[in-house]
Write a protein that binds this ligand. Structure first.
Ligand code: GAR
Length: 209
């Protein structure tokens, strides 16, 4: 049976698009059952509509508590009967009740080599810090900010003439295959969390040992 994925996106939604296409052409044994955004004007929602994928805006209401908002997000995931939630540019921190209701079922893609540069503007901060290499991280979401167990990473060099824009674009290009790989493992049931570490089952066999 194909896994059911909900994709949360606040902005452009190029990851949501890439995942819709990966499911459609068989690279990912899954189905996108929901694209959800916290912003009604997010292009991610337009992309989902254009692709015929269910889409939903769940914006935080004025004065709404975070836990009440989290409950509405969780309700959307449960209604869609999603097996996994993929945070792909979802610019909100999810609270304990949401994360605990979906243990190791929520994945996030972040544009740095965590634990360096969690939070906002990671490529700009990597550039300002002068690191020679940065990259992207796919991790399980826990209650902290970009702090959950790491599933996969890709390294990207920082060039001397990089701007925030060029570096962000190079990181983003590395994100698509990294997220796809992590999700292929996840939907195949190959990921197990042991403490802070994620074990990829059968990885040793795949390396010819
Ligand atoms: C991605 O680059 C992702 O790493 C980043 O938002 C972008 C979403 O792209 N996420 C974060 O910065 C989370 N802290 P998209 O809207 O084109 O899919």
């Amino acid at each position: 049976m194909r896994a059911r994925l909900a994709v949360f996106a606040s902005g452009a939604g190029t990851h949501a698009q890439a995942l819709i296409e990966a499911c459609r052409d068989g690279r990912l044994a899954a189905e996108i059952v929901l694209v959800l955004s916290d912003r009604p004007e997010a292009p991610a929602l337009d992309r989902a509509r254009a692709a015929g994928v269910p889409s939903l805006c769940v914006a935080r209401r004025a004065g709404e508590s975070r836990s009440a908002y989290d409950r509405r997000l969780l309700r959307a995931v449960l209604d869609a009967r999603a097996d996994f939630v993929v945070l792909a540019g979802f610019m909100r921190l999810l609270g304990r009740s949401f994360v605990q209701a979906l243990p190791w079922r929520v994945l996030n893609i972040h544009p740095s080599l965590l634990p360096a540069f969690p939070g906002l503007d990671a490529p700009a901060r990597a550039l300002a810090h002068g690191v020679r290499y940065t990259g992207c991280t796919v991790h399980f979401v826990d209650e902290g900010m970009d702090s959950g167990p790491i599933i996969h990473q890709a390294v990207v060099p920082v060039r001397p003439d990089d701007t925030v824009e060029t570096l962000t674009a190079r990181i983003k290009a590395a994100e698509y295959p990294a997220l796809l790989q992590a999700l292929q493992w996840a939907v195949a049931g190959r990921l197990r969390v042991e403490g802070r570490r994620v074990v990829i089952l059968d990885e040793l066999e795949g390396m010819g040992t």
